[in-house]
Design a protein around this ligand. Structure first.
Ligand code: NAD
Length: 416
């Protein structure tokens, strides 16, 4: 991100997007305000005993944004830069993501301001268990269902589930993103990348592009970026640029994706990867390609770089990678932005499938999971795109309009 750029208040950026879509829908202002703001904001202090005998106290949050359509649903992030505005914006995005894909959930998100790499495994377990106990008065199988997010994983979900199960009996449905042996769903690990792939395939179909003649550039090569690359590569789309925290790698003849995935497994990062010219994470966004897929951080496409983009489409795999001003510039340049709440919804859709399997106490096959996910993403894409054409608005505006309309109707039907 440019050094000139001020730190973006993520919640304000969300409100800006929300208000534009709510105005287009003609929503009553008071109803819109009540849907836009979180229902409940919980801040907790999380003390732990460090291995050296000292006491450390961390700040944690659980934001319950909206539950008009079902229990609050959303991940818990461990990161040194977590703050309440970031968690609020991510919680709000969950409300509209679950509404857009029409699964019976609301939106929530949590986080702890901590760099987990600085904790031992014992410290991490104590932090996770104590955090869960502090938020547990507002958590429940039909109330609020946490999941993994940045720097949290199946092991941490298992500690949360174990804490809850101590008092309530074996309760896998209290969290999603669990290990397969403890009620996790087949297909969950690849689900977000698979959803990004299905979305990209629908864009190609609608705009009459042959995926096997297209090029893609992917920023971020973690869970989402690497699975997206794998699925696009499998249908012949040429991935000409990839990147991670170590920088970008460009090869106009196409990068060997299987090899780059093996490289990451072995080395942890792409650092030292020799199959592409080394470029920066800013430069990678400016490569000429059909699909630019930001799959790492928020706000990477903004007013300082949007006009330098040379892609045909931006496919938002990360949460909030395009700022509202960046989006306005891309609109002027006729570069469609396929929004995060559609593109990366595969993760929460399969989390929902996991919860359903837990409630049913019955395991689905991976083929069932993948085909139900595919149907969900295709039908959602079609709904967003047809409203976009009908109202002559952007993909992002149309996705928010579909989602806000669903939340508003549920709110009115239930009564405020
Ligand atoms: P991850 O931690 O597995 O991978 C993140 C990737 O980003 C890594 O390759 C990392 O090296 C790279 N990265 C970190 N800092 C960077 C920088 N400064 N510049 C470039 N790359 C950098 O995370 P993930 O699960 O793949 O999530 C990626 C994004 O997708 C996040 O915005 C996340 O909120 C969103 N998302 C993830 C899921 C999911 O199911 N995993 C679901 C919905 C949305």
């Amino acid at each position: 991100m440019s050094k000139k750029l001020k730190k973006i208040n993520n919640f304000k950026a969300f409100c800006n997007q929300f208000e534009r879509a709510a105005t287009e829908l003609g929503l009553d202002k008071n109803l819109a305000d009540s849907i836009m703001m979180p229902d409940r904001e919980l801040s907790v202090e999380v003390p732990i005993n460090k291995d050296d005998g000292s006491l450390a106290v961390f700040k944690g949050y659980r934001i319950q944004h909206n539950n008009a359509r079902g229990p609050f649903k959303g991940g818990i992030r461990y990161h040194q830069e977590v703050d309440i505005d970031e968690v609020k914006s991510l919680a709000a995005l969950m409300t509209f993501k679950t509404a857009l894909v029409n699964i019976p959930y609301g939106g929530g998100k949590g986080g702890i301001t901590v760099d987990p790499r600085k904790l031992s495994k014992r410290e991490l377990e104590q932090l996770s268990r104590r955090f869960f106990r502090r938020i547990s008065p507002i958590i429940g199988i039909n109330i609020d269902i946490p999941a993994p997010d940045v720097n949290t994983n199946a092991q941490i979900m298992t500690w949360f589930m174990d804490e809850y199960s101590q008092n309530n009996g074996y309760s896998p449905a209290i969290v999603t993103g669990k290990p397969i042996d403890l009620g996790g769903s087949l297909g969950r690990e690849a689900a977000t990348g698979r959803g990004v792939f299905f979305t990209t395939r629908e864009v190609a179909k609608e705009f009459q592009l042959n995926l096997d003649k297209c090029t893609a550039v992917i920023q971020g090569f973690g869970n989402v970026g690497s699975y997206t690359a794998k699925f696009l590569d499998e249908v012949g789309c040429k991935i000409i640029g990839i990147s991670d925290i170590s920088g970008g790698y460009f090869n106009k003849s196409g990068i060997d994706i299987n090899h780059s995935i093996e490289y990451i497994k072995k080395n942890g990062t792409l650092d030292g990867f020799k199959e592409g010219k080394k470029i920066s994470n800013e430069e990678i966004l400016e490569l000429k390609c059909d699909f630019l897929i930001p799959a790492a951080l928020a706000s990477v496409i903004n007013e300082s770089n949007a006009e330098k983009l040379k892609c045909k489409f931006v496919i938002e795999a990360a949460n909030g990678p395009t700022t509202p001003l960046g989006h306005d510039i891309l609109k002027e340049m006729s570069i469609p932005v396929i929004p995060d709440i559609l593109t990366n919804a595969g993760g929460v859709v399969v989390s929902y499938f996991e919860w359903v399997q837990n409630l049913q106490q019955f395991k689905w096959t991976e083929e069932e999971v993948n085909s139900k996910l595919e149907n969900k993403i295709i039908s959602t894409y079609n709904e967003v795109s047809s409203l976009r054409k009908e109202k002559n608005v952007s993909f992002k505006r149309s996705a928010f309009m579909v989602a806000i309309d669903r939340v508003a109707k549920a709110t009115l039907m239930r009564g405020i």
